[in-house]
Design a protein. Structure first.
Length: 80
C-alpha cells in the first residue's frame, strides 16, 4: 500500500477501494487473519479517530530539502 504518497484527502477513499477490491476479498477468504490486520490498520492509521492520523505519516507534501530523517546529517550535507 503506497497510500502515504497520496494527498491526505484521498487516503481514506483509496484504502476503502483497496480493502473492497476483488483480490483483497479473495485473500481475506483464504487468510482470515488478514481481515484482522486490515481492521487494525484502519483503526490505527485511517479512521477519523485514528491513533496516528494521516497528516502525521503522509509524505505527499513534504519538502525534499533534506533527504534524510537524521536532521544532523542533513545539516552536515548543507555545510559541506
Amino acid at each position: 500500500m503506497a497510500i502515504g504518497f497520496l494527498p491526505v484527502l484521498l487516503v481514506r477513499q483509496n484504502f476503502v477501494m483497496f480493502r473492497n477490491g476483488r483480490l483483497i476479498r479473495r485473500l481475506v477468504r483464504r487468510y482470515p487473519a488478514l481481515d484482522e490486520w486490515m481492521e487494525y490498520v484502519e483503526a490505527t492509521y485511517i479512521s477519523n479517530n485514528a491513533t496516528f492520523p494521516a497528516p502525521m505519516w503522509n509524505v505527499f507534501d513534504r519538502t525534499m530539502d533534506t533527504r534524510t530523517n537524521n536532521h544532523l546529517e542533513g545539516v552536515l550535507v548543507v555545510l559541506w
